[in-house]
Ligand binder design. Structure first.
Ligand code: BES
Ligand code: MN
Ligand code: MN
Length: 453
């Protein structure tokens, strides 16, 4: 296997670069053709790698790629999930090289999707190819690769519910998260949930002269800012009544374990060019981004924002708001609490509209399972040290859905780094990480098969 990996390294890289050249931005309909082209590319490569029953399954949105290799009904089945869509490249002017013209610099691949998730997803196809060509695939495997993850997977639930049998598996394997560092391997055992919504504040029925009316008519932007500011108190707790009701409280031991992972606050601040961190009182930075729920404005706009000045009291103001959730909180319930509270705190001088976008539930992976042990063994073999369990702040709503619909747990064996700038300008993925992933994944298959017997 090792020989095959080193002999084919260059081709594995070239193929990923080709995949990264197709701008599969699911959020922007301008790229619709490219997203479909990417689906074709992935299906083709999956088939070439040796998968059977490869199908580009249409949905009401972008297609889901399915493919499998069934060795024997007596062997366990791994379901591999990943996504071929990427985030928009904006703000494009902040990229040092064009986002869809991948380059290698300092041993890293720079391109939108290099890490999230084309690079990490493609490792699985190459790992599968490697097994097919060398050791053989030791158990059954099914692939499900979607193209709408970055827009909240609006058609995935229907697909999963309609294909329960086809997708049945003993474990789901996902590489769409990060590790602590290249020499500190880790496995993600918790992800946060999400409630994402948009608010619209309406004042007067049209934009007004800010001199004629200013001071007498509510300015929706001023009001929106006040309302948003009031959503955190002086300790940076969220003020929405009931928001923390269902929050899972960790024991002192569990918190201690979480905080035992290597974390350098100075380096963290330096890396982000900030002089101080911010957050909920009573919790460490590691806790704030993993086991605590949050509320953030993702975008805010209204009024005149072009060149020069225009004296205007705008009619409307808008904001996009995300809340990261933790185990036991329910996305729909939190959306409802937010909506009720936001209506309640609005002064009578404005009207409020809240539009929910998408959401998802938090997820936890048990560490006492065969699958988790298989992941630990696989990483220990290829990294030369045991991985540390961590909880991450991002969300992959499909994990909770797999558990609910298919009754199967997920292993989050990601190979990215927090510093890979996913969703940001200059996203990148280390060559080390790409090749290490391809090398580690077959070990998971073999360990999982062995431990299942
Ligand atoms: N791969 C990320 C999730 C992620 C990022 C997990 C970092 C752990 C660490 C995924 O593609 C993503 O961006 N998810 C979205 C949620 C989705 C519903 C749009 C997110 O977390 O914002
Ligand atoms: Mn992702
Ligand atoms: Mn993402």
């Amino acid at each position: 296997m090792q020989a095959y990996l080193s002999q084919n390294q260059n081709r594995f890289l070239d193929e990923l670069l080709e995949l990264l050249r197709i701008p599969s931005v699911s959020a922007d309909s301008q790229y619709s053709n490219d997203v479909h082209k990417t689906a074709q590319f992935v299906a083709e490569k999956l088939q070439l790698a040796g998968a059977d029953n490869v199908e580009i399954c249409p949905t009401d949105g972008y297609p889901i790629i399915y493919g499998d290799k069934i060795i024997s009904p007596n062997l366990p089945t791994i379901l591999v999930y990943g996504h071929y869509d990427v985030q928009p490249a904006d703000p494009i002017e902040l990229w040092d090289s064009p986002p869809f013209e991948p380059i290698i610099k300092d041993q890293k691949i720079y391109a939108r999707g290099a890490c999230d998730d084309k690079g990490q997803m493609y490792m699985h196809i190459k790992a599968f190819e490697t097994m097919m060509q060398t050791t053989g695939v030791p158990c059954n495997v099914k692939f499900m690769i979607e193209g709408e993850e970055e827009v909240g997977s609006p058609n995935l639930k229907t697909f999963v519910l309609n294909n329960k049998k086809r997708l049945s598996a003993d474990v789901v394997l996902v590489s769409d998260t990060s590790m602590i560092a290249n020499d500190v391997p880790s496995i993600t055992i918790g992800l946060r949930g999400l409630s994402y919504l948009e608010v619209e504040v309406t004042g007067p029925n049209r934009d007004l002269h800010s001199g004629t009316y200013g001071g007498a008519v509510a300015n929706p932007i001023n009001i929106l800012c006040q309302m948003i500011a009031s959503l955190h108190d002086e300790n940076n707790h969220i003020t929405i009544p009931g928001f923390y009701n269902d929050v899972e409280q960790l024991s002192a031991t569990d918190r201690q374990a979480l905080n035992n992972r290597p974390f350098d606050l100075d380096e963290y601040q330096k890396h982000l060019d900030i002089n101080a961190v911010w957050g909920e009182e009573g919790y460490t930075t590691v806790e704030r981004v993993s086991i605590r729920p949050t509320l953030d404005v993702n975008g805010i706009w209204g009024g005149y924002t072009k060149e020069g000045a225009k004296t205007v009291l705008p009619s409307k103001a808008y904001a996009k708001i995300s809340m990261r959730l933790v185990p036991n909180q329910q996305s729909d319930k939190i959306t409802e609490l937010f909506t009720k509270h936001f209506q309640q705190i609005a002064p009578p001088s404005v009207k409020i509209k809240v539009t929910p976008h998408h959401g998802g539930e938090a997820a936890i992976t048990p560490t006492n399972s065969i699958a988790y042990q298989a992941a630990v063994n696989a990483m220990t073999t290829t990294f030369g040290k045991a991985p540390i369990p961590t909880r991450e702040g991002g969300s992959i709503p499909i994990v909770a859905l797999f558990e609910e619909a298919l009754n199967v747990k997920t292993i989050l064996m990601g190979f990215g780094l927090d510093s890979d700038a996913i969703h940001s300008p200059n996203e990148h993925y280390g060559l080390f990480n790409y090749f290490k992933g391809i090398e580690t994944i077959p070990h998971f298959y073999h360990e999982f098969t062995k431990l299942s017997q």
